[in-house]
Ligand binder design. Structure first.
Ligand code: UT7
Length: 345
């Protein structure tokens, strides 16, 4: 039993966003270029998905290479040269074994820090951020580097018009540090979930332990993303709208309190439908899908970095971040945008 004179224990730390970085491979593939090899049109891609160009990694660039670049920039943005842990959100690790995060940590000079991959599809970065925040709240780490990096071009069939126009490559990263609850930049409670009933709505048949007797091994199709786009589109709108409401409520906000919605860049029509469902005007919903495409787990940190750099996220704004992806998985969280955060690209 504590004595009546005992000092109250200090409140647990909250996780605060202190750095943002991004990196895109230099090569851009325009809709016009895609039209030279696919039965599609630049107009269809622009109006049905909202994309005009995307960045595609050259064949010698893997996810770890992009993660290192984004991680370096996020640490520079935070003004730190060390972190206590690294979480890498990706669906395109360099190899099935080992995880990619230890390679990234090693190349960043983060000698021997705990580092692990987290696979939650396009929701991966919000999931990873929430896990990192929990490490900070528990006192396990004081700073965590969270990276979302994807080489989608490695798992997209270049001849498939239903997926090739959508996805792009890139990496974004954030540094979380220990702060005080209620301070600008601290992350609110996460709202998240999953529904494995739709595991086959976006999936890559080969490369894991499940074998498919119907697929000749190594015929090519098995290593690519198969997607039932229309199912994904409807579920994405439904779940991102609901999880956004849940995260706002968990933060003690109403939906009308949201100044900016940072929503996973899956399809401009999905973002518009979520904004509409929440009653948010277009100017409250920054977007970069037109020039980067859908970069899966890299999408949210890339948009955070780009929106911060171009002045669409400013100190004091109440920001809600929401994502949805393969699994299905979905997640959302909140923060009040902090002053003095300069994203590095
Ligand atoms: O990040 C999470 C993972 N992914 C997503 O969130 C993606 C979510 N889904 C989508 O963005 C959309 O469903 C797509 C962009 C994939 C497709 O748009 P849609 O409006 O749902 O089209 P649809 O699949 O219902 O297809 C409509 C038509 C079909 O032709 P028919 O059967 O009506 O004759 C497709 O064959 O559009 C055709 N189509 C295309 N036509 C020209 C599909 N892809 C293309 C294309 N160019 N690239």
């Amino acid at each position: 039993m504590s004595s009546p004179d005992a000092l109250p224990s200090p409140p647990p730390p909250a996780a605060r966003l202190i750095g943002l970085g991004s990196w895109l491979p230099p090569r851009q593939v325009t809709n016009a270029e895609l039209c030279t090899r696919l039965d599609t049109s630049a107009e269809w891609i622009r109006t049905r998905i909202g994309i005009t160009t995307r960045h595609i990694a050259d064949p010698t660039t893997a996810t770890s290479d992009m993660a290192v670049e984004a991680g370096l920039r996020a640490m520079k943005s935070a003004g730190v040269d060390h972190v206590d842990a690294l979480v890498l959100a990706t669906t395109t690790p360099d190899h099935p074994v080992p995880a990619t995060a230890p390679t990234v940590a090693h190349r960043l000079g983060l000698r021997h820090v705990p580092a692990f991959d987290l696979a939650a599809g396009c929701s991966g970065f919000v999931y990873a951020t929430s896990v990192a925040a929990a490490l900070i709240q528990a006192g396990t780490a004081r700073t965590v580097l969270v990276v979302g990096a994807e080489t989608m071009s490695a798992i997209i069939d270049p001849a498939d018009r239903s997926t090739a126009p959508i996805f792009g490559d890139g990496a974004g990263a954030a540094v979380l540090g220990a702060g005080r609850a209620g301070e600008p930049g601290t992350l609110g409670p996460v709202a998240w979930g999953s529904d494995g009933e739709h595991a086959d709505a976006i999936y890559v048949p080969e490369g894991g332990s499940r074998r498919f007797p119907g697929l000749p091994p190594g015929d090519g199709a098995g290593r690519y993303v198969h997607m039932r786009g229309n199912v994904v589109l409807r579920q994405a709108v439904r779940h991102m709208s609901q999880v956004s409401r849940d995260a706002a409520a968990a933060a003690g906000w109403t939906v009308q309190d949201i100044d900016r919605l940072i929503v996973h860049q899956a399809n401009a029509r999905i973002s518009a439908a979520v904004a509409d469902a929440l009653g948010l005007p277009p100017e409250a919903v920054p977007s970069n899908i037109a020039r980067v495409g859908n970069t899966s787990a890299a999408s949210v940190p890339l948009l955070l970095a780009h929106a911060a750099a171009n002045g669409q996220l400013t100190a004091g704004q109440r920001v809600l971040v929401a994502a949805f992806g393969a699994g299905f998985t979905w997640a959302a969280t909140t923060l009040v945008w902090p002053a003095g955060l300069h994203a590095v690209s």
